[in-house]
Design a protein around this ligand. Structure first.
Ligand SMILES: [Zn+2]
Length: 272
């Protein structure tokens, strides 16, 4: 172990191995009956592939790792899609909702067992880690997102010191409605969505989007977001309508899927 300044608490500490997303997420990811255990979808620029490699590097001290686990990761690990269960989706099944077309919105703050603050902390933690340094998965393209320095700094205060979430940041959460939605992980990626910047990533059953913009520009989006609304809205739609799932399919259309990913996609192909 090396001793240097931990970028989350800014104290000189022993630095330990950090995961971009918790190790246990990878352990539990599989497509039902698919028999392919490694659906982590990334691209090296010429080929989209799945891998069992974990996205790790020496980054934080063990105290900060503990804070990220306690305040967000542990909850997400319990509630995300697993091989045989999807606790968060089950909680939504019985809950009141507002339906708009093919999409349903659930006021998560009113639903027992849904921890909006933990979901938000997890999403911001993953994006902060992806912004504070570059991550690499095998030979794939480096994984990194850009956050303005001022926002990176205030996100650190939110994550580590319990400061309010910066008003220029909104977290949204979408959940697939199907019980057999494809389970996979895609690392954080930035999309320009003028006048906003949006960073999205997917862990099994949970699509997180972090929208960054000026406070007044975000006012309308805030009302339907997880982190900014009083209700803590969670959106449920068909998996095939979620941008991450479409992006996963697009990625494999743009660049040739590896043989293993091709087999997995056969299992995960949308219904006609
Ligand atoms: Zn630390």
């Amino acid at each position: 172990m090396q001793r240097r300044v931990c970028p989350l608490c800014l104290l000189p500490k022993q630095i330990v191995r950090s995961h971009l997303t918790p190790q246990a997420l990878y352990r539990d990811m599989r497509v039902k009956d698919g028999g392919v255990p490694d659906p982590v979808v990334v691209s090296d620029g010429t080929r989209a592939h799945q891998t069992s490699l974990q996205i790790t590097r020496d980054l934080l001290c063990s105290d900060c790792e503990g804070v990220l686990s306690r305040d967000g990761e542990n909850y997400v690990l319990r509630e995300c899609q697993r091989e045989d269960s999807f606790p968060l989706q089950e909680r939504l099944r019985q809950a009141p909702r507002v339906v708009s077309g093919n999409t349903a919105f659930f006021p998560a703050r009113e639903i027992p067992g849904i921890d909006v603050d933990a979901l938000t902390h997890f999403a911001v933690g993953v994006v902060w880690k992806a912004a504070v340094c570059t991550w690499q998965l095998g030979q794939s393209k480096p994984i990194r997102v850009d956050l303005p320095p001022n926002l990176l700094h205030r996100a650190r205060y939110y994550l580590r010191a319990g400061a309010p979430l910066p008003a220029e940041m909104l977290v949204s959460l979408s959940v697939p409605g199907e019980t057999d939605a494809p389970a996979f992980f895609t690392p954080p990626k930035t999309y320009a969505l003028r006048p906003f910047q949006r960073i999205a990533f997917y862990v099994p059953g949970l699509e997180f989007q972090i929208t960054i913009g000026r406070r007044e520009e975000l006012a309308q989006l805030r009302e339907s977001s997880l982190s900014g609304s009083q209700e803590g809205w969670v959106r449920v739609a068909s998996a095939w309508e979620l941008p991450s799932v479409r992006g996963m399919l697009q990625l494999t259309a743009d660049v040739e899927p590896s043989a293993a990913l091709g087999r997995w996609l056969e299992v995960a192909t949308p219904p006609n």
